[in-house]
Design a protein around this ligand. Structure first.
Ligand code: DGP
Length: 126
């Protein structure tokens, strides 16, 4: 079965066609350092199977979703931020400024982060 999309940047990293600083991989996921880090620690966690975004994650991908979460925990241990804390972010679509359409979790940490991300903006609840 073909899992990669030839013109996808992250599929090409999985295949080793584009170099990346890989910190962890198994049969289901690959984790590598983001090329433009926004925090002292910034790792991207992606599934080996090409899925464009969280919007495209289907019921059959339940195991993949679980593997991504487990990988986040393992990577946090590997890079030494398990105890200090970290954040896992899935930018999805235009408002979130998703720029690479192969689903990925940004694991960020290594510093104190603020919350909420946009303090002062009015919230909209139904
Ligand atoms: P997003 O905006 O959520 O789609 O995040 C895409 C991330 O991918 C962004 O933080 C930068 C990162 N990125 C883009 N191109 C490359 C690359 O060639 N190598 C690596 N390691 N990261 C990349």
């Amino acid at each position: 079965m073909i899992y990669q999309k030839p013109d996808c940047l992250f599929c090409r990293i999985i295949l080793g066609e584009i170099p990346a600083k890989i910190v962890y991989r198994n049969d289901h996921v690959v984790a590598f350092r983001d090329i433009t880090p926004v925090a002292p620690q910034h790792i991207l966690i992606i599934p080996v199977k090409h899925i464009s975004s969280l919007n495209d994650l289907g019921p059959a991908d339940e195991m993949i979703a679980g593997h991504m979460l487990l990988a986040a925990r393992i990577v946090a241990e590997i890079i030494g931020i398990r105890e200090s804390g970290y954040r896992l972010v899935f930018n999805t679509g235009a408002d979130a400024m998703q720029s690479v359409f192969h689903i990925h979790g940004h694991l960020i940490g290594g510093t104190q982060m603020g919350w909420p991300p946009f303090p002062g903006l009015p919230t909209v609840h139904a």
